[in-house]
Design a protein around this ligand. Structure first.
Ligand SMILES: Nc1ncnc2c1ncn2[C@@H]1O[C@H](COP(=O)(O)OP(=O)(O)OP(=O)(O)O)[C@@H](O)[C@H]1O
Ligand SMILES: [Mg+2]
Length: 285
C-alpha cells in the first residue's frame, strides 16, 4: 500500500531549549490527512514541545518540518502557509485568550484572514455552537471558569477551519459533559475532513477516540494503530502509561475464552454492553 503524502511531517527532528539538554532527537513523525492521532507520554516527555514544532511556534534545531511534502521555510510566507493549515490550541487557555469577550476572541483569527464580515460571523457562530458556548459569547473571557476558557480557546482555533487541528490536553479540566461535547465537535470536524492531533494523558480517551497513537518513550517516538500500541505492555511500562480500561477488559475476556483472539475489543462500557448482548443472543440461537 502506498501511503499518501502526510499533511505535516517532522523528519529526523531534534530540539533542545536554550542551554538545556536535548528534548527530542531524530524524531520522524508523519501526520496523514484525515487521521485522529493521540500523542501520549509522561510529564516532561516532550509532547508540548513536539506540538509546537509541528505548528511552527518552535523551530527544529536539526532535521526539518514538511507541509504537504515541502519543507517549511521559517520566513513570513512559509509561516503563513503553515498557520493557515495548522492550528494549535495550547495547554493553558490563559496563554491563548486575549480579547475582551469570547465573541471578539473567536472572531479575531477569521477577521485577520481578511474574510468578509458575514463569513466571519458564520464561522464564529458555528465554532461557539460546536463547543456549546453560544450563551457565553458576550462574556468577558477573564471572568469565565477554567473549562469555559478552555472551550473558548478551542473555538478560536476551530473558527480558523484548519486542515490540521492540534490540541494540547484539550480535555484536561473539562467536566464529563464538556468532554463529550468536545468529542462530538471533533467527530463533526473529522467528518468534514479535518485532521486532529491531541496530546493527552487519558489512555481510555485515546483508545476510544484515536485511529493512531504516537507515544513518546525514553527510547524514542513510537507510532502505530492506537489499539496495537496501547496493548504493548513493554511500551506502556517504558512510557509509564496505564493500560486502557477496554484493553484490560478484552484481555480478561480472552483469558476466560470469551473473546476470540482476532476479535475487536470493546473500548467503552457501551461497547461492552453491545458485545454482551450479541454474545448472549448467539448463545440462545
Ligand atoms: N521553555 C522551556 N525552557 C526550557 N526547558 C523547557 C521549556 N519548556 C519545556 N522544557 C523542558 O522540556 C522538556 C519537555 O517538556 P514538554 O513541556 O514538552 O513536556 P510534556 O510532555 O508536554 O509534559 P506535560 O505532560 O507535563 O505537559 C521538559 O524537560 C521541560 O522541563
Ligand atoms: Mg505538555
Amino acid at each position: 500500500m502506498t501511503s499518501p503524502t502526510p499533511v505535516v511531517e517532522l523528519v529526523q527532528a531534534g530540539f533542545a531549549y536554550e542551554d538545556g539538554p536535548p528534548v527530542l532527537s531524530g524524531v520522524d513523525f508523519a501526520v496523514a490527512e484525515g487521521r485522529a492521532v493521540a500523542l501520549l507520554g509522561r510529564n516532561g516527555s516532550g509532547k508540548t514541545t513536539l506540538l509546537r514544532l509541528l505548528s511552527g511556534g518552535l523551530r527544529c534545531v536539526s532535521g526539518s518540518l514538511r507541509l504537504d511534502g515541502t519543507e517549511v521555510a521559517y520566513d513570513r510566507k512559509g509561516l503563513t502557509r503553515l498557520r493557515t493549515t495548522v492550528q494549535l490550541v495550547v495547554q493553558d487557555p490563559d496563554d491563548q485568550l486575549f480579547a475582551a469577550s469570547v465573541d471578539q476572541d473567536v472572531s479575531f483569527g477569521p477577521m485577520n484572514l481578511g474574510l468578509p464580515e458575514e463569513e466571519v460571523r458564520r464561522r464564529v457562530r458555528e465554532a461557539l455552537d460546536a463547543l456549546d458556548i453560544t450563551a457565553l459569547a458576550d462574556r468577558p473571557t477573564h471572568l469565565l471558569s477554567y473549562g469555559q476558557r478552555k472551550r473558548a480557546a478551542i473555538a478560536g482555533a476551530v473558527a480558523m477551519r484548519p486542515r490540521v487541528l492540534i490540541m494540547d490536553e484539550p480535555t484536561a479540566g473539562l467536566d464529563p459533559h464538556g468532554q463529550e461535547r468536545l468529542l462530538d465537535a471533533l467527530q463533526r470536524l473529522r467528518e468534514a475532513g479535518t485532521t486532529v492531533l491531541m496530546a493527552t494523558h487519558d489512555v481510555d480517551l485515546a483508545l476510544r477516540w484515536a485511529d493512531e497513537a504516537a507515544v513518546l518513550a525514553p527510547s524514542g517516538l513510537r507510532t502505530g494503530p492506537v489499539a496495537e500500541l496501547l496493548a504493548d505492555d513493554a511500551l506502556l511500562d517504558e512510557a509509564r502509561l496505564r493500560r486502557p480500561w477496554g484493553t484490560a477488559v478484552a484481555r480478561l475476556l480472552r483469558t476466560h475464552g470469551l473473546l476470540a483472539t482476532g476479535a475487536s475489543e470493546p473500548r467503552t462500557p457501551e461497547e461492552l454492553d453491545a458485545w454482551l448482548g450479541a454474545a448472549a443472543s448467539s448463545r440462545t440461537e
